[in-house]
Design a protein around this ligand. Sequence first.
Ligand SMILES: *[C@@H]1O[C@H](CO)[C@@H](O)[C@H](O)[C@H]1NC(C)=O
Ligand SMILES: *[C@@H]1O[C@H](CO)[C@@H](O)[C@H](O)[C@H]1NC(C)=O
Ligand SMILES: *[C@@H]1O[C@H](CO)[C@@H](O)[C@H](O)[C@H]1NC(C)=O
Length: 506
Amino acid sequence: MKSIHSKSQLLGFLSVFAMFIFSNGRTINSNNELIRAVNLGGWLVAEGWMKPSLFDSIPNKDFLDGVALQFKSVTTGKFLAAELGGGSIIVANRSSASGWETFRLWRINETSFHVRVFSKQFLQIESMGAKVVATSTDSETSGIFQIIRKSDDPSRVRIKAPNGLFLQAKTEDLVTADSNGNGQWGNNDPSVFEMTIGQGFQGEFQVTNGYGPLKAPKIMKDHWNTFIVEKDFSFIAESGLNAVRIPVGWWTAKDPTPPKPYVGGSLEVLDRAFVWAKKYNLKVILDLHAAPGSQNGFEHSSTRDGSVEWGQNDESIKESVRVIEFYTARYATNPSLYAVELINEPNAFGVSLSVLTKFYSDAYTVVRRHAPNAFVILSNRLSGEPKELFPLASGMKDVVIDVHYYNLFSDIFNDMTIDQNIDFIKTNRSNELQDITISNGPLTFVGEWVAEWQVRGATKEEYQRFSEAQLQVWGKASFGWAYWSLKNINNRWSMDWMIKNGYINL
Ligand SMILES: *[C@@H]1O[C@H](CO)[C@@H](O)[C@H](O)[C@H]1NC(C)=O
Ligand SMILES: *[C@@H]1O[C@H](CO)[C@@H](O)[C@H](O)[C@H]1NC(C)=O
Ligand SMILES: *[C@@H]1O[C@H](CO)[C@@H](O)[C@H](O)[C@H]1NC(C)=O
């Protein structure tokens, strides 16, 4: 397909393709069109950067799940650290802060937290005595901590331990939980720390756990009911797009009673999306964007604290296969179900190729059981080799490899000019895509792209050139493409805005 250049050639090719499909006994409308899709991101899997207002009224919202905190003792002048990264004592002797000096919160409610260290153990008080250690691998038994901020200087804090007393850095290598914490917040008070707030997450876990079980259900329902509505589907169809890629989380398959902190009601919303897709003749690519435990450590996979725990045990894989089976069985009879993407962006840092291969094989089998003709999409691993799934795909029918191409998220784009950005699409990306689009291989899908770059202050015309170049190159992917995303407070990331304002012409 990569040799096709003109529209008429494309049409000619497509009708031959369609006839071929027809003669194989497949319905003609299932396979005869390249996918031109938009992602419905930030809807059923929340992402705060796409809609910050969703997070606005969370109480104590500096302290959401996974936020990275560092604490410098005012008396030792050094940072608290989990010695050896965890499994040992807490010390106050590190002069600079990175991994071992970072503590991540697991929020219980707005005032109470478990605290996780670099190697994933939780902070606790030694059973005999008052020494603070990071040895527990079980959050439940580790104990509950609170962070008390000085009212007129919120970066000055005390840390209240499960025993009701406060942490203090008695010396550089002795941190104990035995201070009354009632001093004047002075620089001679070993229970006082200067806190730095580092990387945080704003995903589905944070928003639901942040609001808590009383408030979250209504907040999420309002979001689902307003962020994407029926008229968006009619707009998508009128715009010349033919499909939507819908990111979903694993918890929606557990509706109406998903495990905490997720809230019920999302399955009904997904059902509605399928009704609208059918009504407006749009195909649906169902995309498991958030798998149990997080497959990539990003907020878009609903990570709790940035760690990748999916695939670390058999259960998370089995659970994910059940989730894929649930979704496929539920929507198999809807003519809009076009493809099932088994998992989005598994991360090579955390997910091995062999674990992923096992999951893909099992999940492929369950999709086939219910939807013999749906396409099955395998997302490449982040930081994986572009063709590493080819051996697996060769044993599968109607299989697609998903690649995500952004001119972002890498230093190589930092100083690129407008023309260099466009050249990168036309040369480098085009070559990459051509490389994996081979005649007897899996189909190829650019399942995420955006007309955004590191360039600042570009004109509308320059954005048009950029989106045009991408549309041309992604048009050679043998399955198709999908823009990220339909709605976003950042205009370039909103295909809705980009089309309505003439930045993208389809
Ligand atoms: C937060 O959780 C702790 C520990 O379970 C509990 O003691 C406290 O009352 C809770 N606070 C709120 C505001 O719910
Ligand atoms: C911090 O204290 C621990 C425990 O005494 C010690 O093993 C470690 O070497 C110290 N680290 C630094 C950077 O001084
Ligand atoms: C893009 O491809 C060109 C030509 O192959 C190469 O010289 C250049 O280094 C590539 N650019 C990047 C940023 O990889």
